[in-house]
Write a protein of this length. Sequence first.
Length: 113
Amino acid sequence: MRHVSEVHEQPDPVLAAVVKQLREERDITQEDLAYEAGITVSSLSRIERGLNSPGWTTVVKIINALGVSLAELVEGLERPPPEPGSPLGQLQLRGGPRSVSRPTSSRRRHIRR
């Protein structure tokens, strides 16, 4: 018997596009964003490709690492999803680039893989 907590939501392609666009606008690698958010690179990649539906805790970690507010994320989510094959440039969100320091070799070994 399955419990309610085991029911998973379908991944949101708009959330995936918004997270990826915010990261790219800030010229942040997946590795750096994952490190700053405290999640694995694999998890971030799956979120950006629309294969995973992250929980609120993970969403908050990602927006904090990107330096955007929840309101800015929601603003991007309220736009219609991009057409297949169309550029993600249609999603225009506020907030300028944020530099994230690249982990040094000593810090990299602490990244969960």
